[in-house]
Design a protein around this ligand. Sequence first.
Ligand code: BGC
Length: 797
Amino acid sequence: MTAGWSWDYDGYEPQRERLAEALCTLGNGRFATRGSAPECAAGPVHYPGTYLAGCYDRLTSLVAGRRVENEDLVNLPNWTLLRYRCLPDDGPPGAWLHPDSETLRHHDVHLDLRAGVLTRRLVFQDARGRGLRVTHIRIVHMGDARIAAQSSAFRAYGWSGAVEVESVLDGAVRNAGVERYRDLDGRHLTDHRTGFEPGGVAWLSCRTVESGIRIAMAVRTATRPARPAREDATGDRTVQTYRLPIGPRRSASVVKTLGLHTSLDRPAGEPRAVAVDSAARAPAFTTLLSTHKASWQRLWEQGELRVPGEAGRVLRLHLFHLLQTLSPHTAELDVGVPARGLHGEAYRGHVFWDELFVLPYVTLHFPEVARALLMYRHRRLPAARAAASGAGGRGAMYPWQSAGSGREETQELHLNPRSGRWLPDHSHLQRHVGSAIAINVWRYAQATGDRGFLHSAGAEILLEVARYWAGAATYDAGRDRYRIRGVVGPDEYHDAYPDAADPGIDDNAYTNATAAWVLARGLELLGELPEARCEELTGGLSLDREELSRWEEVSRRLYVPFHHGVVSQFEGFGDLAELDWGHYRDRYGDIRRLDRILEAEGDTVNRYQASKQADTLMLGYLFRPEELGDLFGRLGYTLDDDVWRSTVSYYLRRTSHGSTLSSLVHGWVLARQKGAQAWDHCREALLGDVADVQGGTTGEGIHLGAMAGTVDLVERGITGLEAVAEGLRVAPVALREIPRFAFTVCLAGHRGVRLRMLPGRLGVRLPDSAPAPLTILLPENRRGTVDPGQERWFRLG
Ligand code: BGC
């Protein structure tokens, strides 16, 4: 059964190639290779890329007369390159063949999502009717994370002779996958060495320029029929050339098997020796294929969400890419959640707040991976502390963009491709990223019951973020309120008041409300810690009574602005000019990147009530209405249903959805309140990458937050699923377009809890092995218990 499990591109369309490469990327959580044509090196149409999680390097470039540093996820040598041409017995050698050849007659790409196998088929035919059919099959092994393999089969039609094949390991690569970054230096690899070992193994070693990570790739090329290879090694590439006899009844094949090892890996070893050993010892392709498929089967059992129909197929593709970026192998690594997956170079492989949208799914299905992702943040707590104290603050100020070291990696200048101008980038003022990390810590612990983590690394993160907020808030005697000033909210458009000399806006409602939440959770956590641990922590962090009473005070007195009966995105938002949305839509069509449009016109989006993405509405994504009401109540404000509904409709009319996260959050919020436009936004979130809604950005890497978020939208958004101390709280809302689905999660010590949603009914099944019955809390104070081994159905109102 392949229905719903395949992703296909029929025909060859050069302008679609980058999108297909990104969406056909194969990975195993440790490294990934874009789904590029093996025949092609990087150029305007094709962009092969291989990325290793956590492998970053920093370079300095001169742009707009300034020296700027940028840390990139490094594009590794291209192991997939395979050149071939026909050598007919009765004529001169043919041209080298590739998808752009004039003789291409057929081309299709097929991604098998169940098995993690990418197949690319090409048929060439020359003017004399001589044909060559080529089938490439590629895997990046999900079981043995050091290995990838690519098998290429050749069949001749109407001629005989040989195919000449060059199996190349190409180290002359650079980071050049994003047009906007073309002025930046992208040569991250140096000290190349190449060579050959017996058994058809070629190797290439190099290191990254600044971070000094040593990388080795070894490729074993096996051919049928076997012929001695000519082996050439230049400084940064190896080429093995084969002449494979071929004819109508005689096919030929080439299998490249990659071993990848770097100095980041454990157990440590000399990279070249380990890579060569891995490639040399790897089993034959058929065995690799079957062990790879078996690993994927296990992964799907643990990770799958079953949704029928086309939405289900897109969700499966989203899950596929999520599992390839963050797999059980990730639990062994020191890596965060890269916003664009391991699928391209946009945002340079950096880690933003997007884990807020990714961790809920990962926690429910792969709690060990979620914990590892939080440990990435914990290891960078010293860097976040240094950033806070460097800015004159206390606690931990996590960077908006994080990569290797945990220091701030947000670019200082960004290019507006519309105007060609390099502009100062103030997005690093998105201090709310710290709250996202703290929220993840808390929710991970809630869902898993992992007190060990919460009381150790988790507590340190949460308390240090709380401490940062308490210090960042300044008292305004006139208002008798605390304020957080000079920040940027999730809506990155507004990075300053119109005509202000300094960047930043004041009292971003989302930032302040989440800061108050973190402070309150910090206090709650200290209250629940065993006494000895509490003393140890407060002693270690030098947290005294005076400081804690300030936390209490700030958590109750942070200022949240309102205007016209709605929550203001920030102080003064309601005073900004209204944008003539119709005018800009008519003029430009797609106005998602309104900031760029206005800047190119010599105007600025800072002047208008126009948001890039959900900002205030993020509060409705993160908190249930009662939680939000309590949070505002604690701050001395009333946020009832009326205020919230008015707030939602206010910002709906003033948001351009310039981020894929925006439609996801709007879809979620509207689905929860049964809003009419819910599906429009959910649909847009589902289409984000597959239809490349943001206009050409998917080819530069998938949008992992939106991909994971759509899966979570079904699992938690529709069901209202939440692990609480008493058991499992559910509060389903019907989404007509996704009426039925099923998934299996790990919750509070129960593995394999199966949930099935049908119109008007929710089923919960507990595995036999569950240690205890599970209490289900339903709306209107209904409750029920599910025993181990039992499935129970609950009627929904
Ligand atoms: C969004 C951010 C997001 C980043 C990385 C930006 O376009 O505005 O919210 O964190 O992309 O995905």
